[in-house]
Ligand binder design. Sequence first.
Ligand SMILES: [Zn+2]
Length: 140
Amino acid sequence: MLYPKYDPDTYISRDLYRKVCETGDLRVVWAYSNAQKWKVDYEEFLALCGSTCLICSGELNYGLGKNNNDKSSESTPSTHHIVPQSKGGKNSIENFAIICMRCNEILTNSTHKEIHRYVAIADFLQKHEEIYEQEIYQKD
Ligand SMILES: [Zn+2]
């Protein structure tokens, strides 16, 4: 969504406002504020910002400013540290992946053991796919 007037809370700078107006690309504002937050190069960070989550392939919504509060976590982009900060992971382009907030929450709260659990769950679901589709998913 584009806001028709320049507002520093939404667009940060007139330059970014102009860029969004010219290109319709909402990523520029999100990328700029996050590049500042992580103290990395803006252009390099922008290049990481794809249109979909690298994990679940869900569409990412780079909506502006206050608009972000209303977005579901599935479409909200977030910066994932491949090596977590708590394990000494750096704020660097090489250590970042832009994924949705939901996948980031799951990843961040996962331990090494959980990887095996997820694989096993996926196997189980696949093995019983028919039952899940007929009996379980439709009753949600
Ligand atoms: Zn995702």
